[in-house]
Design a protein around this ligand. Structure first.
Ligand SMILES: *Cc1c(COP(=O)(O)O)cnc(C)c1O
Length: 395
C-alpha cells in the first residue's frame, strides 16, 4: 500500500504528498467510530451497533448435533427469531430488500402483486418497491391513489385479475408520512382478501409490547408496526431488517406461515441471498436476548432507553464544553419526526473535522454554530475519548 501511495504521489508530480495519500488510505479502512450524532440507527455508521465475536473454530452451521446428520442453517437463529415474533417459521437473507425480493420471486413470479399506490415507496439507498418487484419477476398491480386507498380497491383488482393476482403486498411507509386526507386498509382488512398477504414492516420491531424493556414500550415508538402483531392481524408473512429496531447485524428476515417460508427457502435465489455463520451467530445472540427479555443486552435498546438525566450527568462528568439538552432520533429510515430527549456536550464553532481526525474518530453534528456530541449514541467507555478529543481539538 505504501508503494502504491508513493507511485500515486510521483505520478501526480507531487512526491511530497505520499505521506498524506498513505494516511488517507489508512483512514478509509473500516474501523470503529464514536457516533456523537444522536441518530441511533445511523445508516452511514452501520445502523444498529452490534458486538459479536466468533472463535476461530468450526461451527455446527449445517450439522445437527442431536442426530449427527446434515442440518439446516435456518434451524439456528431463524428458528429463534420465529419464536420471538410468534411465527411458525422464518428464514434469513442478506437484508430486507433481499427479503422482499425473495418473497415476491417465490410466491408471485410471473404473477400479479396488488399494492396500494400510497405504498410504492423508496427507502434510502435505492430500495424502490416497483424496481424490486420488476427484478423479482412479479408484476405490479397498483390500486388506489397516493393518499387514499380502500379495501374495495384491492377487491376490484382481485376480481378483475382473478388467479393472476397471486399476492397482496403491504409496505410500511417507513421514512415519510402522508398526513391529512388519507386512508389505507389495515392489515386485518387486507387479510380477508383470500390471497397470501406479505407485510414489509421494514423496521424490525418484533413485538409492540416490548417485554424486553423494564418500562414497556417507550412513547416514541408511536404506532410502529410490529412483527408479532402484524402476523396476529392476519399477515401471512412479514419482512424486516435485522439492523433497524431489531438491533442486530445487517440481515433481512422473512417470518410467518411455514408453507410460505418453505417456498421461499426452496427458491434458487435463497441460496444466493443466504447469510453465513458470522451473521447468523450475531442474530442468534440478539434473538436470545429478546427471549431472555434482556433489552440491556441489545445495544440499540440499551441506548434508546437511557434517561435524559443519566445523559446530562455523563455530560457533566466529561467536564469539557457545556452541557446541552438535545434531541436524538431513531434514524435508519424509521419513525420520521420522532425525537427522543437527550443530552450532550457542546463546543463553539464547527469542530467536526478535528473530531473526525481524532485517533478514535468522533462523528458530531453542528447546530446553530456549535458542535454537539449527543451522548445517547456514545458508549460510556468512550466518554473519556470525547473529553480528550474536545480538549485537544478546541485548544
Ligand atoms: C428499511 C426498509 C427496507 C430496506 O431494508 P434493508 O435492510 O436496508 O434492505 C425495506 N422495506 C422497508 C419498509 C424498510 O423500512
Amino acid at each position: 500500500m505504501l508503494v502504491e501511495a508513493a507511485r500515486t504521489a510521483i505520478n501526480a508530480g507531487t512526491p511530497d504528498s505520499a505521506r498524506q495519500i498513505a494516511n488517507d488510505m489508512a483512514r478509509r479502512l473500516l474501523r470503529p467510530v464514536i457516533n456523537g450524532t444522536g441518530t441511533l440507527l445511523h445508516t452511514n455508521l452501520g445502523r444498529a451497533p452490534m458486538g459479536w465475536e466468533q472463535a476461530e473454530q468450526y461451527s455446527n452451521l449445517e450439522f445437527d448435533l442431536t442426530t449427527g446428520e446434515r442440518g439446516s442453517r435456518m434451524d439456528t437463529a431463524p428458528a429463534l427469531i420465529a419464536q420471538v415474533c410468534g411465527a411458525e417459521a422464518a428464514i434469513v437473507v442478506n437484508n430486507c430488500a433481499a427479503a422482499v425480493l425473495l418473497a415476491l420471486a417465490s410466491l408471485a413470479e410471473d404473477k400479479g402483486v396488488v399494492v396500494s399506490r400510497g405504498e410504492l415507496v423508496e427507502i434510502g439507498g435505492g430500495f424502490r418497491v416497483p424496481d424490486v418487484m420488476a427484478r423479482s419477476g412479479a408484476r405490479l398491480i397498483e390500486v388506489g391513489t397516493t393518499n387514499r386507498t380502500r379495501l374495495a380497491d384491492f377487491k376490484r383488482a382481485i376480481d378483475k385479475h382473478g388467479e393472476d393476482a397471486a399476492l397482496v403486498l403491504q409496505v410500511h411507509q417507513s421514512n415519510y408520512k402522508i398526513v391529512g386526507f388519507t386512508e389505507a386498509p389495515r392489515t386485518a382488512e387486507l387479510a380477508t382478501l383470500n390471497r397470501p398477504l406479505v407485510a414489509d414492516i421494514g423496521s424490525g420491531l418484533v413485538d409492540s409490547r416490548c417485554s424486553w424493556l423494564d418500562g414497556g414500550p417507550p412513547g416514541w415508538l408511536d404506532n410502529e408496526p410490529a412483527a408479532r402483531q402484524t402476523l396476529e392481524a392476519g399477515a401471512d408473512l412479514v419482512t424486516f431488517s435485522g439492523d433497524k429496531l431489531f438491533g442486530g447485524p445487517q440481515a433481512g428476515i422473512i417470518a410467518g406461515r411455514a408453507d410460505l417460508v418453505a417456498a421461499c427457502s426452496a427458491h434458487p435465489l435463497a441460496r444466493a441471498l443466504r447469510p453465513g455463520a458470522l451473521v447468523l451467530g450475531a442474530l442468534q445472540a440478539t434473538a436470545l436476548a429478546y427471549l431472555n427479555r434482556d433489552g440491556d443486552a441489545i445495544p440499540f435498546w440499551r441506548m434508546a432507553s437511557l434517561s435524559q438525566d443519566e445523559l446530562r450527568s455523563r455530560a457533566q462528568e466529561i467536564g469539557v464544553g457545556i452541557v446541552v439538552d438535545v434531541a436524538s432520533t431513531p434514524g435508519g429510515g424509521t419513525l420520521p419526526e420522532v425525537e427522543i430527549p437527550s443530552a450532550g456536550v457542546a463546543v463553539e464553532g464547527d469542530q467536526r473535522s478535528a473530531l473526525r481526525n481524532h485517533r478514535h474518530p468522533i462523528i458530531a453534528r453542528v447546530i446553530d454554530g456549535r458542535t454537539i456530541i449527543d451522548l445517547r449514541t456514545v458508549h460510556p467507555d468512550d466518554d473519556s475519548e470525547i473529553a480528550a478529543a474536545v480538549t485537544s481539538g478546541s485548544g
